[in-house]
Design a binder for this molecule. Structure first.
Ligand SMILES: Cc1cc2nc3c(=O)[nH]c(=O)nc-3n(C[C@H](O)[C@H](O)[C@H](O)COP(=O)(O)OP(=O)(O)OC[C@H]3O[C@@H](n4cnc5c(N)ncnc54)[C@H](O)[C@@H]3O)c2cc1C
Length: 391
């Protein structure tokens, strides 16, 4: 604990807000976390049954390192929680053509191998033999990284919220329209639509896709993007379980398609890490016309035995995209007392175990090799994480 504890308010209880709350509390801060809904909020990006955990980031050294460290910590959390919420099924990435330099699959394979990981090159022949639900006539080259898998994200958020409460973080849920308040540009705290106010030395906005609506100066560099998710419930989920059916990406850098093995309820989740649709975070969420047909056409080409599986549920979930695909974690210029921790760009959940440390180091102005990339910055060329399809 610090000798003189400072106080911090955190707006938002997704993986950014909760991990920041836990880490700052551990460092001696008085922490209050405020969310517009109940945790895990059903509309939050961090909710849902699953998120991919991977270290595969083409030649992106920082995110590869963060993935490696996070995977170690996911294992530690499994042990600490005495419950496996992280499932190390492996991450299988396949390509329709031969792996080529510059492609996500090729570069991740070479980079990961160079870092000492044992990745298994997977030809069409091997795919047919080891992963028989795949259409091996369509996918000819790829690899399996045994170190990777998926995490039960909604349950992780519920866990972290319970830990935060037990650890002395004050959590206020269902607060009506909380927003930061200022005196002479200094952020002094948070107020809500029903007139409640909270004051603290520092305020962190960790409101995911809602962040640019709370801080309009961010709208130029950060916005909400709607992405769809489909949960299928095949009559027999067994063929869709590991080791034959690990977490997968199907030409992901070009098409965005990825998915998960069946969970304990027999649900097989499929989604697309593509450009998505730019929206307002508060807008009603609906599937685009023809979305189910698009999913089923993909499944017919890739996993024919899943193409006619009954649809269990769908979800529209929001990325908080930044122009360059890097997170946004920094003090707000000219707004003393205010920090932003957002801009997840659709790939942050896997880093949950390291996120609190990154945010807390920014809050406390401590050196951290990973924070520079997420600093406040001018808009420059567009970019994204290597696994994201651009069209
Ligand atoms: C479809 C989809 C699939 C994804 N798949 C993966 C994956 O496989 N692997 C991976 O690593 N990442 C994945 N991601 C990204 C990951 O989910 C996000 O990076 C991460 O969850 C972002 O967390 P967050 O805390 O920033 O935001 P959120 O989880 O959205 O949390 C924001 C919180 O802020 C609250 N809030 C909003 N406005 C206010 C306000 N005014 N006051 C108070 N509280 C407020 C919300 O209620 C919410 O609880 C995916 C995202 C989506 C949408």
């Amino acid at each position: 604990m610090k000798a003189t504890a400072s106080s911090v308010l955190i707006l938002g209880g997704g993986c950014f807000g909760l991990t920041a709350a836990l880490e700052l509390r551990a460092r001696g801060w008085q922490v209050t976390l405020i969310d517009q809904g109940r945790l895990p909020h059903p509309d939050a990006a961090s909710t849902d049954i699953s998120k991919v955990v991977r270290m595969d980031y083409a030649t992106d050294k920082q995110h590869t390192e963060m993935g490696e460290r996070s995977i170690e910590l996911w294992h530690q959390w499994n042990a600490q929680w005495k419950e496996n919420l992280y499932h190390e099924t492996g991450f299988l990435v396949m390509s329709r053509g031969a792996l080529m330099p510059g492609g996500f699959e090729h570069d991740s394979l070479v980079f990961g191998t160079g870092r000492g990981h044992s990745l298994h090159r997977t030809s069409a022949e091997r795919l047919r033999e080891c992963h028989p639900t795949w259409n091996a006539d369509a996918y000819q080259d790829g690899y399996l990284n045994p170190r990777g898998g998926w995490v039960e994200s909604g349950r992780v958020i519920a866990r972290l919220a319970a830990e935060a409460r037990a650890f002395g973080v004050q959590i206020h849920e269902d607060v009506a329209h909380p927003r930061p308040i200022f005196a002479n540009r200094c952020c002094t705290g948070i107020t809500s639509a029903d007139g409640r106010t909270w004051q603290a030395d520092a305020t962190i906005i960790a409101a995911g896709a809602w962040t640019p609506s709370l801080l309009p100066e961010l709208r130029e560099v950060m916005w909400a993007t709607a992405q769809t998710v489909f949960h299928f419930k095949p009559e027999n989920p067994d063929p869709f379980t590991p080791p034959h059916f690990p977490v997968w990406g199907a030409d992901i850098g070009r098409t965005g398609w990825y998915g998960f093995p069946a969970n304990a309820d027999g649900l097989v989740k499929v989604a697309n890490h593509g450009p998505g649709r730019r929206v307002e975070a508060s807008a009603l969420r609906s599937l685009p016309d023809g979305e189910e047909a698009r999913y089923r056409a993909f499944l017919q080409e890739t996993f024919p035995s899943l193409a006619a599986a009954p649809l269990y549920s769908t979800r529209v979930c929001l990325y908080c995209d930044t122009f360059d695909g890097a997170f946004w974690i920094d003090h707000v210029p000219d707004r003393p007392g205010l920090i932003v921790a957002a801009g997840d760009s659709g790939h942050a959940f896997k880093f949950t175990p390291v996120m609190g440390g990154i945010i807390a180091d920014v809050v406390e102005h401590k050196p951290n090799p990973w924070t520079r990339r997420y600093r406040w910055r001018e808009r420059t060329a567009a970019n994204s994480d290597g696994a994201r399809a651009s069209s």
